[in-house]
Design a protein around this ligand. Structure first.
Ligand SMILES: Cc1cc2nc3c(=O)[nH]c(=O)nc-3n(C[C@H](O)[C@H](O)[C@H](O)COP(=O)(O)OP(=O)(O)OC[C@H]3O[C@@H](n4cnc5c(N)ncnc54)[C@H](O)[C@@H]3O)c2cc1C
Ligand SMILES: *[C@@H]1O[C@H](CO)[C@@H](O)[C@H](O)[C@H]1NC(C)=O
Ligand SMILES: *[C@@H]1O[C@H](CO)[C@@H](O)[C@H](O)[C@H]1NC(C)=O
Ligand SMILES: *[C@@H]1O[C@H](CO)[C@@H](O)[C@H](O)[C@H]1NC(C)=O
Ligand SMILES: *[C@@H]1O[C@H](CO)[C@@H](O)[C@H](O)[C@H]1NC(C)=O
Ligand SMILES: *[C@@H]1O[C@H](CO)[C@@H](O)[C@H](O)[C@H]1NC(C)=O
Ligand SMILES: *[C@@H]1O[C@H](CO)[C@@H](O)[C@H](O)[C@H]1NC(C)=O
Length: 593
């Protein structure tokens, strides 16, 4: 009897501790048909706790497929399918279609797919908490934690690596959190040093175009990216955040003063230089969706400076391939000097443009160079002269440049940088990228090797290599001054170079897989071979980047991983190719170690 009791209690204890450790480190998240999935009463309680802001979600293409087909609704959705504001707001969409589908189980729900084909859920969340306050975020996070759910945090849904969607998940959509508050002298909580100067506090749903507009009205600028709908306080700043203002004032994350964060336990805390400093370190470059939900961030603002904007066009015919790639080499050769003199901006290397009437197909390099806080247009024109001279010497290659001065930068960002009404999305996209160092471009054969490598990559009509001149200057100067999780490679970077493919709903999963594989196994390695010790920008990179920990964070990864284990031991916040994601399967549903 005694023995039996002992045996029973041992069973009880081991059973209990197994259940406890299972509760602490569950091997898989709950899925809809699992017994652990919340009951409808529990979902109802969550809904009430967030003032009725819970919705159950179907993909936006649902109305275009049987049995839910609705001609009128489907047409409406078709008309707006490529508007990034609409996609940001829809719980049943992200910006890029490949992150709505689930190739492993052949699931898709294309808006323009055949009506008779059923609409599959794919990576679209099952429920969304359309939160309006930090308190509502807390409720949603606590619910996900309690019920062991896969949580997906979505701000705009722009993530190129699929981080804002996940199968069988509960989404926290921050898009409604639109508060913007300007301060003349921001004092971080707990600071004994006093004010940090002018700043703006932005909610977790403020898109860049709204930030730029509000800043311009207040006669200030903030460091932000080149997009209408990327959310300033979301994956953008948490991944580092590059900007054409970066050369002037550093990365967006270099300008973060304070975050309000909902932790994996569901607490609302402040992270800045004075409290929760490890979290503050990690949130500046460690990546979105990994350490909690940011409810708001406070970033520095600056008086709106004057600017000289220069543009240049290099063009030739596609049969003059040697001339074209020589011109690309000359462009990269002058880049260090331009950047040292304040140039930031973007360039597009397009070996084959779509044919134009009368002109035909051309190979071009176009660039928009921004000289922020400068007012001497003639000086900028003089800076471009060596490039003009070098390119003019190449047979049959023409170069044209122009420059304009504006007393304020804000309007230039709004008019010239953010073209159109929205970002054109609603297609499938895969990119690959590399950070190219200033040292490399200054090295003897650096520009020639880069040009040679780019010329060896395939080019379809219209496909472009995009160069982002968003570092150097203050980004480089902040090395050793700002201690954050940001990829240290950024401090050495002169150009963030991307290549990519986009495709539509008629491309099969099999063809998509081949494209992905080519980026990962052929194209990115060719670029990487130029400078194996550099890295890539985690927000704009190959979604299957090999050795992503090293590429995205370099020597910072060890500390990030350690902090992640302490901060979020149950892995409530897992994002694709994010810190600690290697311990989970690709969907973040089951632990793999
Ligand atoms: C058209 C376009 C232009 C771009 N331009 C630039 C640019 O100029 N500079 C640049 O640096 N990048 C740029 N990017 C890349 C951009 O930084 C990333 O796509 C980034 O992931 C967008 O962040 P988001 O929060 O808006 O997107 P989402 O896809 O919603 O989120 C991205 C990641 O952040 C997480 N996240 C979102 N909100 C929160 C929150 N409140 N708390 C915690 N985690 C959160 C998500 O879970 C996800 O992991 C651009 C992208 C596009 C598509
Ligand atoms: C949540 O409550 C609101 C308001 O009562 C209701 O409209 C909505 O359908 C509910 N959501 C769910 C998922 O039931
Ligand atoms: C995948 O789904 C599509 C339609 O959604 C169907 O045409 C195709 O046959 C499916 N393929 C497989 C392998 O099941
Ligand atoms: C340059 O163009 C001219 C006429 O357009 C052509 O005759 C010549 O062969 C070209 N030279 C080179 C090097 O492409
Ligand atoms: C470059 O070409 C584009 C498109 O052809 C044109 O709009 C732009 O004005 C040109 N810029 C210069 C400086 O020639
Ligand atoms: C893979 O990439 C290389 C280099 O860009 C290209 O030459 C080749 O055609 C690509 N293969 C496929 C299958 O896309
Ligand atoms: C998709 O792209 C292919 C190839 O570019 C094109 O032929 C086709 O018409 C496109 N389909 C749709 C539905 O847009």
């Amino acid at each position: 009897m005694q023995n039996l009791l002992q045996l029973a209690s041992i069973f009880l204890i081991t059973g209990l501790s197994a259940a406890l450790s299972y509760g602490n480190r569950p091997s898989c998240r709950c899925k809809p048909n699992d017994p652990c999935w919340p009951s409808s009463d529990q979902w109802k309680a969550l809904n009430e706790s967030i003032q009725g802001n819970l919705v159950s979600v179907r993909p936006v293409g649902d109305v275009c497929h049987d049995p839910t087909y609705n001609a009128e609704a489907c047409q409406k959705v078709k008309d707006i399918a490529q508007n990034s504001f609409w996609r940001a707001e829809q719980p049943g969409a992200v910006q890029f279609l490949n992150w709505e589908t689930l190739p492993a189980s052949n699931e898709s729900c294309y808006i323009d797919g055949p009506q008779s084909v059923t609409c599959d859920q794919g990576r679209i969340s099952l429920y969304s908490a359309l939160v309006e306050s930090p308190l509502q975020i807390q409720e949603a996070v606590r619910f996900a934690r309690k019920h062991n759910l896969r949580l997906a945090v979505k701000a705009s849904g722009h993530d190129f690596l699929g981080r804002s969607s996940a199968p069988h998940s509960l989404q926290v959509s921050t898009y409604r959190m639109k508060d913007i508050t300007f301060t003349d002298d921001f004092v971080p909580k707990g600071s004994k040093k006093g004010g940090e100067g002018s700043a703006v506090t932005i909610g977790a749903g403020v898109v860049l175009s709204d930030l730029y507009k509000a800043s311009s009205e207040n006669d200030v600028v903030a460091v932000g990216g080149a997009s209408h709908t990327v959310v300033a306080s979301g994956g953008y700043i948490q991944g580092g955040g590059h900007s054409p203002l970066g050369t002037w004032k550093g990365m967006a994350s270099d300008n973060a003063l304070e975050f309000q964060v909902i932790t994996p336990k569901g607490d609302l805390i402040t992270a800045n230089e004075y409290q929760n400093t490890d979290l503050f370190w990690a949130l500046r470059g460690g990546g979105g969706g990994t350490f909690g939900v940011v409810a708001s961030v406070t970033i520095r603002t600056f008086p709106d400076p004057p600017i000289v904007l220069a543009s240049l066009n290099i063009s030739t015919t596609p049969d003059n391939s040697k001339g074209f790639w020589d011109a690309v080499k000359e462009f990269h050769t002058v880049l260090p000097n331009l950047n040292e003199n304040g140039a930031s901006g973007y360039y597009f290397i397009v070996p084959l443009n779509p044919p134009l009437p009368e002109i035909g197909t051309m190979s071009t390099v176009t660039a928009a160079l921004m000289f922020v806080d400068q007012d001497d247009k003639a000086a900028v024109e003089r800076l471009l002269e060596p490039l003009v001279a070098a390119v003019s010497k190449i047979n049959n290659v023409t170069i044209a440049t122009s420059a304009l001065y504006s007393p304020k930068t804000g309007p230039i960002i709004l008019d010239a940088l953010l073209q159109g009404e929205a970002d054109g999305t609603g297609v499938s996209v895969a990119i690959g990228s590399r950070l190219i160092s200033r040292e490399f471009l200054l090295s003897e054969n650096g520009p020639a090797k880069l040009s040679q490598t780019l010329s060896s990559l395939k080019s379809e009509v219209g496909s472009a290599f995009r160069g982002h001149i968003v570092a150097g200057g203050q980004v480089a100067k902040n090395a050793g001054k700002i201690d954050s999780a940001l990829n240290p490679a950024w401090r050495k970077t002169l150009s963030h170079l991307t290549l990519g493919n986009s495709w539509n709903s008629s491309t099969s999963f099999d063809e998509q897989r081949k494209m992905y594989e080519n980026i990962t196994n052929v194209e990115v390695p060719l670029l990487k071979a130029l400078e194996p010790e550099m890295g890539a920008y985690l927000n704009e990179a190959d979604p299957h980047e090999s050795d992503f920990q090293e590429s995205f964070w370099g020597e910072n990864y060890k500390r990030l991983y350690k902090f992640k284990q302490e901060w979020d031991p149950t892995g409530l916040f897992i994002s694709r190719l994010g810190v600690g994601s290697e311990d989970w399967d690709d969907d973040g549903l089951c632990r793999v170690r």
